[in-house]
Write a protein that binds this ligand. Structure first.
Ligand SMILES: Cc1cc2nc3c(=O)[nH]c(=O)nc-3n(C[C@H](O)[C@H](O)[C@H](O)COP(=O)(O)O)c2cc1C
Length: 184
């Protein structure tokens, strides 16, 4: 068994780890600290979904990706409209992260009633206010991630605020640390 210990000595694959229960793998992957974003889509009737699978792919060309579960309401909209936004949440926006991760949130025209937002300048997809950064993308590629789709977006517009702390997700919990550089 190799749950939570050192990597296997006899190779790169560890059979016990391969067979690890879902909650063990979730705990392992949860040790990768991330920011927290809301993926937005839809012009006119905005939709959102909390995500931490967001990552940069390339600066030139400017590409990012996010993994979206096929069952999420936003999945169909991104494929139809070929665009999405990523709003990277600030430390004051844990309630926004929880809201867009709650399957019972209002839908349709009411989904963004309690959230400040503006339409993205190129696509109309929702950009949430008071975040640390936002990115508007045209969908350029979709890869099969079994129960998820990997959406790759080409950056159309973006901006950031340098005076806000980011909301972080680590070990299955939200954090809002005062970020201090490890080395100056
Ligand atoms: C911190 C956090 C990160 C998440 N990251 C993702 C993600 O990257 N991709 C995804 O499909 N769902 C992710 N989820 C789950 C969705 O936000 C949640 O299941 C949402 O309700 C799905 O949208 P739906 O209600 O339209 O089905 C995350 C949830 C949390 C709390």
């Amino acid at each position: 068994m190799n749950f939570g210990g050192q990597p296997s000595q006899n190779g790169t694959r560890d059979l016990a780890a391969d067979l690890a229960p879902r909650h063990h793998l979730r705990a392992v992957l949860g040790r990768f600290a991330t920011g927290v974003a809301v993926v937005g889509a839809g012009a006119g009737t905005p939709q959102g979904m909390t995500a931490n699978s967001f990552t940069s792919v390339s600066l030139s060309p400017p590409l990012v990706l996010v993994c979206v579960h096929r069952s999420a309401a936003i999945h169909k909209t991104v494929l139809e409209l070929r665009s999405f936004t990523v709003s990277i949440l600030s430390a004051e926006q844990e309630h926004v992260a929880r809201y867009f991760a709650d399957h019972s949130r209002p839908r349709g025209g009411a989904e963004f009633d309690t959230v400040g937002w503006s339409p993205g300048p190129n696509t109309g997809a929702p950009v949430i206010h008071d975040t640390v950064a936002w990115i508007e993308c045209a969908l350029t590629a979709v890869y099969d991630g079994v129960d998820h789709s990997i959406f790759v977006g080409s950056v159309l517009a973006s901006d950031y605020a340098s005076d806000r702390d980011a909301l972080l997700f680590f070990g299955g919990a939200f954090h809002s640390p005062a970020l201090s550089p490890v080395s100056p």
